[in-house]
Design a protein around this ligand. Sequence first.
Ligand SMILES: Nc1ncnc2c1ncn2[C@@H]1O[C@H](COP(=O)(O)OP(=O)(O)OP(=O)(O)O)[C@@H](O)[C@H]1O
Length: 303
Amino acid sequence: MTTTATAFDQVSKAYGDVRAVDGLSLTLYPGETVALLGPNGAGKSTTLDLLLGLKQPDSGTVRVFGTSPREAIVAGHVGAMLQSGGLMDEVTVGELVRLACDLHPRPYDVSDVLSRAGIAQIADRRVDKLSGGQAQRVRFALATAGDSGLIVLDEPTTGMDVTSRQAFWATMREQADQGRTVLFATHYLEEADAIADRVLVLHRGRLLADGTAAEIKAKAGARRISFDLAADGPIDEAALRELPFLTYLDVAGHTVRIQSSDADATVHALYGLGLYPRNLEVAGLGLEQAFVAITAAEEARRS
Ligand SMILES: Nc1ncnc2c1ncn2[C@@H]1O[C@H](COP(=O)(O)OP(=O)(O)OP(=O)(O)O)[C@@H](O)[C@H]1O
């Protein structure tokens, strides 16, 4: 019995000149909830396609529970929800979910799958008559039709309303608590922050960061500083811009927002300017700002 859900070893995949995945090595373990982040074109979908055996690597190997992706899928070890996955047209939601259960080696009960995905009430509706969010829930049902050790989700909550999202993530959390690995690509960084216990940042096919959301935020290094200045006239932005370690400045009325790579030194210098900041707050970056800082730094390094 392998203790590895997925292992990428030096995997590369190019489309012509574009290196969509570039020497990626990565191991995922049972019970992890893993968010895959990256700007547009970073290689997220290609990574998931390689993991699902929908694309073959140019070099390197991908293993899923110790076997090839295809073998793992045939054995029912992988449930997947893809962005592009078209749904069969002339069937009802219930028929489609029943088919997915019939095809799975270790299926769940059809009515359980329908109710867990919140689509029991629309089981008789034709699949081509669904709203975007309903279709997304049907894809979710298909990905969880049976007992699979790895669940792969590409932008799963796109089009879902807030309630559906919350229900969706509660179900995914249950799956991970039962020892399954949940890997999801997303552009919603607040979801990654709230849900994932491991965050991967992909950039031009390479892994830029791999850790907990807290570790990724710490890696970005910067801090947010905000304060108010009681000034009679306009605030001297030029003087603020000279503060040491400043990476971002925004002045709105008498409120100043700064990002700094050394908050202590920046605040010290602020007092040195003879300014008296009020309501001073220093906080870490959110995951979204950390993500932007990390990917921007990499772009700058490469140019
Ligand atoms: N079939 C293809 N033919 C040519 N180039 C492709 C193909 N599929 C992807 N690419 C390119 O490979 C790179 C990675 O694409 P991929 O779809 O994996 O990124 P992504 O991170 O999922 O992007 P997004 O967030 O926009 O969905 C991009 O530059 C893309 O244009």
